[in-house]
Write a new protein. Structure first.
Length: 135
């Protein structure tokens, strides 16, 4: 589907997919080549020109109840909890080009699953929304 869309639109294309699918190398889910990795490394249509952005929510509500709060689930040094503690009501865009994100393993909470990895190997940027709602 992604390549069909790239064939139809030769300019920049935004493809919305889940975090497992957007990862640029395997760290979450079953061991296989995910869409982001394929588009970056193998797709003739994308030609390596791919930006993978992971969108996370610091606090998620189900109705009026808090269903998830990154602060309550954090391990020491967890990236999203650190961001949220410094900017609790802000939506934050964090590009991962800085060397620290490529050479150092960092714990990141992906909606309740904490994974310690080098974020730059997985995504090009994070967007942390201060809150979200689910049905």
């Amino acid at each position: 589907l992604a390549e069909r869309e790239l064939d139809r639109n030769p300019g920049p294309v935004l493809i919305n997919m889940g975090g497992f699918h957007a990862q640029l190398s395997h760290v979450m889910g079953t061991p296989k080549v995910w869409v982001g990795e394929y588009l970056r490394r193998s797709s003739p249509q994308a030609k390596g020109s791919v930006a993978s952005v992971y969108v996370a929510v610091a606090r998620r509500y189900k109705g009026d109840q808090v269903a998830f709060d990154v602060k309550n689930q954090a391990v020491a040094g967890e990236l999203f909890a650190l961001i949220q503690s410094r900017a609790p009501s802000a939506n934050v865009y964090l590009p991962l080009q800085h060397d620290v994100f490529g050479r150092q393993r960092v714990p990141v909470n992906y909606g309740g699953q904490v994974v310690s990895h080098t974020p730059q190997a997985q995504f090009d940027a994070y967007v942390l929304l201060s809150e979200g709602h689910q049905k």
